[in-house]
Design a binder for this molecule. Structure first.
Ligand code: ADP
Length: 191
């Protein structure tokens, strides 16, 4: 399996680049943010719970997120591989993902970290708010909280993968095509 963790702050372009990656490498895309939003739209219990955190720009608790992710992986055990988009966002999630992969006799192949400066992130999220209809993009205080949570809780996940020599940093500034090319080169370099 080719199992890619696509990592980066809110607004880094993970969703956009995931679409390119799944097309090129025939992978199953698991975006925890998308799954939460689908549950919110369908007003499930999980959706109601997730919404109470997402609307404040906080992380959904690890236990809830990990159980949801596990269920999605188990639904797709015959996949050629996965792109994990927006997961893991804490070290506890990273450990849980390793355990899940190991239990399947698999492992994470690489972690691609999209590096984008904070001014650009704020601009992209403010622009996305105009088309996404996402309440968490529309409020500057919520955007700031997401960036702060990223710095405190999520950025350390880079060290987790660095210690396994799996963290590849990619310049996430430039055109969408330029960034896709950089990511493809990094993934092809693995083989
Ligand atoms: P973005 O990368 O633009 O912040 P996402 O769509 O990945 O957006 O996630 C939206 C929100 O969903 C996050 O701000 C967070 O509240 C919640 N969320 C997504 N993934 C996780 C996760 N792995 N752990 C906890 N909360 C998550």
């Amino acid at each position: 399996m080719l199992n890619i963790v696509l990592f980066g702050p809110p607004g880094a372009g993970k969703g956009t680049q995931s679409e390119r990656l799944i097309a090129e490498f025939s992978l199953v895309h698991l975006s925890t943010g998308d799954i939460f939003r689908l549950n919110m739209k369908n007003e499930t219990d999980l959706g109601q719970l997730a919404k109470s955190y997402i609307q404040k720009g906080q992380l959904v608790p690890d236990e809830v997120t990990i159980n949801m992710l596990k269920a999605e992986v188990q639904k797709n055990e015959s996949a050629r591989g996965f792109i994990f988009d927006g997961f893991p966002r804490t070290n506890a999630q990273a450990k849980a993902l390793d355990n899940l992969m190991n239990g399947m006799g698999e492992s994470i192949s690489t972690m691609i970290s999209l590096e984008v400066d904070e001014i650009e992130l704020r601009n992209r999220l403010t622009e996305r708010a105009k088309v996404s209809g996402r309440a968490d993009d529309a409020d500057p205080a919520v955007i700031q909280n997401r960036i702060d949570v990223y710095r405190k809780e999520t950025a350390p996940v880079k060290d987790y993968y660095s210690s396994q020599e799996k963290c590849v940093m990619i310049d996430g500034m430039g055109t969408i095509d330029e960034i896709t090319e950089r990511i493809f080169a990094a993934v092809k370099n693995l083989k």
